[in-house]
Design a protein around this ligand. Structure first.
Ligand code: CU
Length: 187
């Protein structure tokens, strides 16, 4: 009876050992399958559609450098347009379409030193050798015109020295530079 009872647990533990062993082997196989199948499934990608991506980039840079000429009409009602925006290097021609005399000059009246710092007495003096002043230094009658080229970025007030209540502004901006970037992505 004792002999029968002793092997019984041994058999039982032997069976348990086999079962545990089988489970361990199955786990190892399962883990191995999982490890090896995971990269394969994503690599083969049966569930994910094949994707081809191509990217092309083109850049176009356009710099406007050709100087433009702009016209401001001086009428009996003042300057038209009163405010004008131009690019650095552009010129402006004032045409006297009024019945008054026109003497275009940098603000402020009567000093005229707003553009380059020199005064009317300095830059309108005979023999003045400095940069061309933003000052007509003379009055023109109806039909006359005056042209000045701007080389300084900024906002420049001016007036008619003969009718100093008629005022205008020239806004000089840096040359326009336009950059266009096209990115095409095909999938
Ligand atoms: Cu003035």
């Amino acid at each position: 009876m004792d002999n029968n009872q002793i092997p019984a647990p041994a058999k039982s533990s032997g069976k348990t050992g086999i079962i545990v062993g089988v489970i361990v082997v199955l786990l190892i196989i399962g883990a191995g399958y999982y490890i090896f199948s995971r990269p394969n499934s994503s690599g083969q990608g049966p569930m994910i559609p094949a994707t081809t991506t191509s990217t092309s980039t083109s850049t176009t840079t356009t710099t406007t450098s050709n100087p433009q000429n702009h016209v401001v009409s001086y009428t009996n009602n003042g300057f038209v347009p009163q405010t004008l925006t131009i690019a650095d290097g552009d010129s402006v021609t004032w045409v006297n379409n009024s019945t008054n005399e026109l003497w275009v000059a940098s603000a402020p009246h009567p000093i005229h030193n707003g553009y380059d710092g020199t005064t009317l007495q300095q830059h309108c003096a005979p023999g003045y050798a400095g940069p061309t002043p933003f000052d007509e230094c003379a009055a023109i009658a109806q039909g006359g015109s005056y042209t000045f080229t701007f080389y300084q970025v900024g906002s420049w007030g001016y007036h008619n020295h003969m009718v100093d209540s008629d005022q205008g502004t020239i806004i000089v901006t840096a040359p326009v530079s336009t950059t266009t970037v096209n990115v095409n992505v095909t999938q």
